[in-house]
Design a protein around this ligand. Structure first.
Ligand code: NAG
Ligand code: NAG
Ligand code: NAG
Length: 216
């Protein structure tokens, strides 16, 4: 009888472990540390409401900067972008953006840092209206771009009008994004102090205990 109970208990333990593994698998989309380059971690993360994108960041109050990683799924024949509008909310024009795309060689990802003066911008590199103390960089892996950026938050304000986008390349050049649906809803006011959620792992100990009982 005692044996039988032990068996039931270890089965329950195995099921609990499976549920936890499933939860860990689901977390691999969007806000998951495993999605970033090894050695990169951020204090907060938000799954953005459009285009399957996520934003990770660490805000440093002492110098008003934020280190961030913008990750968005996209085919290798497309581009993605993230930025801050220093002039008005919910608008492309007036935004300073970082656009990641794969070059013609298909190998390296370049970042265009440009101010969008209108909805048909010139896309000249290096025209940002943001202070960028660290050179941005980007990577393409597993069907997603990740853009790593450090910015001084304009006006030293933690609330910013953020924008993000995804669109096609045409002969290696950035071509216009769709102008309907999610592509015109991809803006939000983000509070870098309180927005998103902490990326600390509160379930870690529970997970470890279940693993132990799973292994007996
Ligand atoms: C930005 O604001 C924070 C918090 O209000 C303040 O401590 C810091 O000195 C400011 N930094 C700059 C660069 O103005
Ligand atoms: C801002 O402060 C953080 C933490 O104190 C530091 O790690 C970072 O290098 C600083 N950034 C700049 C651009 O000075
Ligand atoms: C923009 O300029 C920076 C700095 O010179 C460079 O590293 C980057 O590759 C340029 N981006 C593009 C898309 O050419």
């Amino acid at each position: 009888m005692a044996r039988r109970n032990d068996h039931v208990l270890s089965l329950l333990g195995a099921m609990a472990a499976l549920v936890l593994f499933a939860a860990a698998g689901a977390a691999a989309q969007g806000c998951a540390p495993g999605n970033l380059q090894p050695g990169r971690s951020f204090e907060r993360c938000a799954d953005l409401p459009e285009l399957g994108a996520s934003l990770y960041w660490t805000y440093h109050p002492a110098n008003g900067t934020a280190d961030l990683a913008f990750r968005a799924p996209q085919s290798s024949s497309g581009w993605v972008a993230w930025g801050i509008n220093t002039e008005r909310p919910s608008s492309m024009a007036g935004s300073s953006v970082f656009v990641a795309s794969l070059g013609g060689d298909g190998g390296s990802v370049s970042v265009l840092a440009t101010y969008l003066e209108s909805t048909s911008p010139a896309l000249a590199n290096g025209t940002l209206k943001l202070d960028v103390p660290v050179a941005p960089l980007a990577e393409y892996a597993a069907g997603a771009y990740t853009v790593y950026v450090t910015v001084a938050l304009p006006g030293n304000s933690t609330q910013q009008n953020t924008v993000w986008q995804a669109g096609p390349l045409s002969a290696g050049q950035i071509a216009p994004h769709p102008i309907a649906g999610p592509n015109v809803q991809s803006t939000m006011v983000l509070d870098f102090l309180s927005g998103g959620k902490s990326t600390a792992l509160p379930n870690f100990d529970v997970h470890r205990r279940s693993l132990r009982s799973f292994r007996g």
